[in-house]
Ligand binder design. Structure first.
Ligand code: CAA
Length: 270
């Protein structure tokens, strides 16, 4: 499977490449690579991540992305040195979160593969991903309170939706770190692995997703994300429109025909 690694481009703060998948669409890997600052996310790093995710969205031959860091740190959060001297007007005018808003527009799934620290903006980046696969010793936390600020990249909202009010309050008000195992038990982490298995597991899941018909995958993702914004009635109507829309895809006819003919479907991703 890993016989062919094609770089997506040359970046300063990340490594990223495509991995061939003979059974379906290829998978893209993004590795945050700022070891000297525990993979802290400066604006440039976020822009590079976004650039690759947009490339993947525009690339018909890729189905899914995995975002990871190193064994020691997924990411220790927003780059504090970049923000230390900024006043309110600087931070407002620079709008460092504009790139985070764009993450919500990405159509193809992206998975966080977490080991080590996932703190502050690092935890928020993992939560902005569609699912989190983490090693049991990963360390999740929202320590912004120790800097006299609060999570600013969606943490108060996404964490609360994922783990409920009590756990979110505990994490954000105390700034304490919680292990991958604790976050799995709390419902934030989808798949928990042993120390060295998180990347293999994330890759396995990304391949499984990339083997599915891509248009259905994208509309399923869109429908699930809408559930955070709409009432049940509106959400069900939204889902239904996407369900109907899929009857315009070639893969829908192939999928149902293949089932009836008792054979494996051949997806066109159209
Ligand atoms: N930003 C900038 N630099 C960082 C950083 C960050 N978020 N996290 C670590 N670093 C740097 C350190 O300053 C240090 O640099 P020097 O070698 O130049 O001193 C280097 O990385 C190594 O860090 P430590 O020496 O602190 O390593 P450690 O193993 O003792 O501790 C750690 C690791 C627990 C992750 C600790 O570095 C830490 O607490 N980091 C900050 C975590 C944090 O507060 N994150 C939230 C940021 S604010 C935010 O994210 C806002 C938002 O919502 C968008």
């Amino acid at each position: 499977m890993e016989n062919n690694k094609n770089q997506t481009g040359v970046y300063k703060n990340i490594n990223s490449y495509y991995i061939d998948n003979p059974d379906g669409l290829s998978v893209c890997i993004i590795e945050i690579n700022r070891p000297e600052v525990k993979n802290a996310l400066n604006t440039e790093t976020m822009t590079e991540i976004m650039d690759v995710l947009e490339q993947v969205d525009n690339d018909d031959s890729t189905g899914c992305t995995v975002i990871t860091g190193s064994r020691e740190a997924f990411s220790a959060g927003a780059d504090i040195k970049e923000m230390a001297e900024a006043g309110a007007i600087d931070i407002y005018l620079k709008d460092r979160f504009a790139v985070w808003d764009k993450l919500r527009k990405i159509k193809k799934p992206f998975i966080a593969a977490v080991s080590g620290y996932a703190l502050g903006g690092g935890c928020e980046l993992a939560m902005a991903c569609d699912l989190i696969i983490a090693s049991e010793s990963a360390k999740f936390g929202q320590p912004e309170i120790n800097l006299a600020v609060i999570p600013g990249a969606g943490g108060t909202q996404r964490l609360t939706r994922a783990v409920g009010k009590g756990k979110a309050m505990e994490m954000i008000l105390t700034g304490k770190m919680f292990s991958g195992k604790e976050m799995f038990d709390a419902g934030l982490v989808s798949v928990l692995t042993r120390e060295d298995e998180y990347m293999n597991e994330a890759l396995k899941t990304a391949i499984e997703i990339s083997n599915k018909p891509s248009i259905a995958v994208q509309l399923a993702k869109e429908s699930i994300l809408k559930s955070f914004e709409l009432s049940l009635n509106e959400g069900i109507e939204f889902e239904r429109k996407n369900f109907y829309l899929l009857f315009a895809s070639e893969d829908k006819f192939e999928g149902m025909k293949a089932f009836i003919e008792k054979r494996k479907p051949v997806w066109k991703h159209k």
